[in-house]
Design a protein around this ligand. Structure first.
Ligand SMILES: Cc1cc2nc3c(=O)[nH]c(=O)nc-3n(C[C@H](O)[C@H](O)[C@H](O)COP(=O)(O)O)c2cc1C
Length: 199
């Protein structure tokens, strides 16, 4: 069989890899929760808009509906196990901040939703629309604040996200991002630029 002979593998949500993130939210009484989300993405640059899709059964769905706020926390290697736990246990049954040993901190620019202190980057979001798609409701939300661990910034204040050792999700499995093989526009970059940026 030639390498690129094709087999029909059926219709499924096979787009991979995807980010896996820990969405933190709160209700108006000040109860906090964390929910793992793989159906998340950036959908607009100006204004900066992201999407997350949640099943109606998630406690997080209730919290986000109640306050119109949530925080997307990026996941690094240290958070990976907690990320998985927050995706297999509901906040209806346990306090996931407690069981995972994580700490809530105020979400920047938000009134209710908290961020996860231990996350390398936390993205505060305010809901602008909800679309019922079938299994999931898709929330579009504007980014209203972003915080990052200070060690991720270089001397010029530039965010070096490669230092965060982020985790991606690929067909049901978690992977650590590792080898840099290029950068935006590297296919057209000069030898000098390639040497400087790729080492
Ligand atoms: C890797 C992974 C990705 C997930 N992605 C989603 C998702 O995109 N949307 C969703 O509604 N649930 C997703 N889940 C399931 C929820 O995280 C899970 O049902 C969680 O227990 C809900 O918590 P809550 O009831 O406290 O909100 C995912 C779970 C895992 C492990």
């Amino acid at each position: 069989m030639a390498k690129h002979d094709k087999t029909d593998i059926g219709i499924s949500t096979i787009l991979n890899p995807v980010p896996v993130v820990m969405v933190s939210a709160a209700n108006m009484r000040g109860d906090h929760n964390i929910c793992t989300v793989a159906w998340a993405g950036t959908v607009n640059s100006e204004p900066p808009v992201v999407s997350i899709s949640l099943r109606k059964s998630r406690l997080t769905h209730d919290y986000v509906d109640e306050t119109g706020e949530f925080v997307i926390n990026l996941v690094n290697k240290q958070l990976a196990k907690s990320c998985d736990r927050c995706g297999v246990r509901s906040g209806r049954d346990e306090d996931k901040f407690k069981t995972c040993g994580l700490n809530p901190v105020p979400g920047k620019g938000l009134q209710y939703a908290v961020a996860i202190k231990e996350a390398p980057v936390s993205i505060s979001c305010k809901v602008i629309s909800v679309t019922e798609l079938g299994s999931h409701d898709m929330y579009l939300a504007e980014i209203v604040g972003v915080t990052a661990d200070s060690y991720l910034l270089d001397d010029n204040g530039r965010l070096c996200l490669d230092k965060a050792k982020l985790v991606a999700y690929n067909h049901g499995e978690y992977f650590l991002l590792g080898e840099k093989i290029g950068f935006f526009g590297y296919s057209l970059a000069s030898e000098d630029v390639l040497k400087r940026r790729m080492g």
